[in-house]
Design a protein around this ligand. Structure first.
Ligand code: FAD
Ligand code: AMP
Length: 478
């Protein structure tokens, strides 16, 4: 007879494995079904650990060190001689980091008494789950009290640029290049396109990014997007807006991209092309026709604010459901679903989910942009402070970017924080905590920030909302 579980989680990505661990902590008997094979072995951790957040950051780190060694060290008086990059070593390091973390998750599950069922899970009618093992063993039907669907997402394919794994790749392929393409096209100037484009540009590729929209990072604060575009362009990323790719042709080991830019048909030939036009929810084989789960028009599992699906006792989380496709959002939803199962009134605050683009400098924000706040009819006040006059940023030779705050002009309540700069992804957590505590700008103004730190720019940006920044000439005074 099949083992009896209180909870079965389908999918072992950041959403699924965190849900499984939290449930085990609360005393539930849990199984996590995960079918992924990575580098020939069953692997926990989902997209994020295997082919997403972690390997991309490993390559961003290696490539940043390479570029920085070439260009930044001289000013410090450090001579290096010829600097070289060995791509095989760089990729082996990435694989080691991934294996350390995916292995760590497997250990965490084991240590918490969670059964990792290696294979495919499918939700059947009546909240039953069919488990088909990877090893060819007979399928089992599980009858848990609760199910969490956490099957994640996959890259969107576009017919004009079909992925062939040789010349045209998606993000997974772009993480595994074994040499630096001399010329590289990227379709899509979203987060993943900018990160992967940056990796290969730093290593020596001539990179062109094609973006169909006529604005850059439309979801970000306008001032932040504008400065980011300027900085990345200066680094050598050729970002072409209003440039929609209409066809591709592969011939003689090269790929030609045909695109329409502002009404004009053009083409350019590359050694490789990365397609980064977004991701879509992945529910292939996840649900039997009579499982009772409602999907949205775009293929997401329909859930309420607490991730409950249309079937009692079945929750869905992460990239499979509405909201930003981010690992930390998936993780918190997983924990929320389990807390709800346990009768706790947990709730993810969707207004304080941080966005980070891990370029150098990093781009990060939380809360409302100036434009979004105005659209909501809020009278806003803003303050901005550049790293170019921050002592620590200058000492480090990293003066690019700024911190910006958006606040309610009437109540002084903080509404959003936007940062471009070295360490922005960490610094922005100060804004997230402030938003969670419903902080006013004055609260931040009255705090003491250590000198000399990059975070002093946070203090100064808050002061500048009221024309009180010390290290800038302020026009508005209070
Ligand atoms: P996933 O991580 O996709 O995991 C779902 C798992 O379910 C998969 O392993 C899949 O094999 C398994 N599965 C699916 N169906 C079944 C089934 N029927 N039976 C058994 N198993 C099944 N996010 C960030 O927050 N920060 C970043 O820096 C970041 N960088 C990224 C970089 C890249 C290149 C990519 C592609 C993504 C990045 N993301 C990043 C997004 C992040 O990876 C996702 O938001 C996150 O992985 C979603 O987690 P999840 O648990 O919902 O799903
Ligand atoms: P994201 O969804 O943030 O990963 O971004 C993907 C980007 O790809 C979006 O900004 C889209 O506008 C862009 N995109 C989608 N299709 C095309 C295309 N055919 N040519 C150029 N850009 C595209």
């Amino acid at each position: 007879m099949a083992q009896q579980y209180d909870l079965v989680v389908i999918g072992g990505g950041p959403g699924g494995y965190e849900a499984a661990i939290r449930a085990a902590q609360l005393g539930y008997k849990v199984a996590c079904i995960e079918k992924r094979i990575h580098n020939g072995k069953p692997s926990m951790g989902g997209t994020c650990l295997n082919v997403g957040c972690i390997p991309s950051k490993a390559l961003l780190d290696s490539s940043h060190r390479y570029e920085s060694t070439q260009h930044d060290l001289q000013a410090h008086g450090i001579g290096t001689g010829d600097v070289s990059i060995d791509i095989a070593t760089m990729q082996a390091r990435k694989t080691k980091v991934v294996e350390q973390l995916t292995g760590g998750v497997a250990q965490l599950l084991k240590g918490n008494g969670i059964d990792w069922l290696q294979g495919t899970g499918k939700l059947l009618a009546g909240k039953k789950v069919e488990f088909i093992p990877l090893n060819g063993d007979e399928a089992q039907t599980l009858e848990p009290n609760y199910v969490i669907l956490a099957s994640g997402s996959v890259p969107v394919n576009i017919p004009v640029a079909p992925v062939d794994e040789a010349l045209i790749v998606d993000s997974t392929g772009a993480l595994a290049f074994d040499q630096v393409p001399a010329t590289l096209g990227v379709i899509g100037a979203g987060v993943i396109g900018l990160e992967l484009g940056s990796v290969w540009r730093r290593l020596g590729s001539q990179v062109v990014i094609f973006e169909a929209l006529d604005s850059f990072l439309p979801m970000a604060d306008k001032a932040l997007a504008k400065e980011t575009q300027k900085v990345l362009t200066k680094q050598g990323l050729d970002i072409r807006l209003n440039a929609k790719v209409t066809a591709t042709e592969t011939k003689d080991g090269k790929v030609t991209v045909k695109y329409n830019q502002a009404g004009e048909d053009k083409e350019q030939t590359f050694d490789k092309l990365i397609v980064c036009v977004g991701r879509k929810p992945y529910a292939e084989g996840l649900l039997s026709d009579d499982a009772g789960i409602t999907l949205t028009e775009r293929g997401f599992v329909q859930v309420d604010d607490q991730c409950k699906t249309s079937v009692d006792g079945v929750y869905a989380i992460g990239d499979l459901v509405r909201g930003p496709m981010l690992a930390h959002k998936a993780m918190e939803e997983g924990v929320m679903a389990v807390e709800r199962i346990h009768g706790h009134a947990a709730q993810v605050n969707y207004d304080t989910i941080i966005s980070v683009i891990y370029t150098f400098p990093e781009v990060a924000w939380v809360g409302l942009s100036e434009e979004a706040a105005k659209e909501k009819g809020i009278e806003v006040k803003t303050g901005q402070f550049p790293f170019a006059v921050n002592g620590r940023a200058l000492a480090a030779g990293e003066p690019a970017g700024f911190v910006k705050f958006v606040a309610d002009a009437k109540t002084d309540r903080l509404l959003g924080m936007h940062v471009l700069g070295s360490g922005a992804g960490d610094m922005v957590h100060q804004g997230m905590i402030a938003l969670e505590f419903v902080s006013s700008v004055e609260d931040l103004q009255l705090m003491t920030f250590a000198h000399p730190t990059l975070s002093e720019a946070v203090h100064e940006a808050a002061l500048s909302v009221d024309g009180r920044a010390i290290h800038a000439i302020q026009r508005k005074r209070k």
